[in-house]
Ligand binder design. Sequence first.
Ligand code: ATP
Length: 234
Amino acid sequence: MSALLEVEGVHAGYGPVNVLEDISLEVGEGQTVALLGANGAGKTTTLRAISGMLKPRGRIRIAGHDVTGRATERIVKLGVAHVPEGRGTFAPLTVEENLRLGAYARRNGGPDLERAFTLFPRLGERRHQRAGTLSGGEQQMLAIARALMLQPRLMLLDEPSLGLAPNLTRELFKVLRQVKEDEGTAMLVVEQNANLVLEFADAAHVLETGRIVLSGTADEVSADESMRKAYLGY
Ligand code: ATP
């Protein structure tokens, strides 16, 4: 059986500037895959190519459907939710309104606000507060909670812990782990915090100047000497 996400020999960039060189990776149903690497290595560009924000060369398949160069709406309909770096919530709307909007393109059923508030109790306490007045960390959680409202099969998460204090980062990873276990949502996670993400990822890839230089199970990548020196700090 083919993987949920298959990326094969992908090249992509911005106008004449090529960033990604021959990227190949897979995310199986329910799997968590980490995408690691230094600033500017092409991690965000990889997620953009997958979610249809850039037109790549090569081949991208989701659940067996060839989506290379297809519009983002089509990719969303196949169950892919992209949580971009930074916030991207609607500032004038309340927490609850943001979540209802997230459920708009959902594949089945009505919005399950209570599930979102169980996973993120902080958001429940602030359900009537405008998103623009939430703290940075709370906005980050709202962006993730909103993506979960789609009941995605695959979440593309771009630096979910960016700007979060260490205790909130741990809380966030606990929630992601729970979503993985309870709902079997597959995830491709870009993360600077390599130690934390490798604790719950199944596989990992390391990017350097647009190329994958190391791939393996999370244990293999954690044990790699060059990886330990460059990103894990031991
Ligand atoms: P970071 O960890 O800093 O977010 P990244 O690995 O996600 O880095 P990308 O954002 O994918 O890296 O950037 C890869 C390269 O593409 C960088 O050299 C960057 O300057 C360039 N780039 C990104 N966005 C654009 C754009 N809109 N136009 C032109 N070049 C871009």
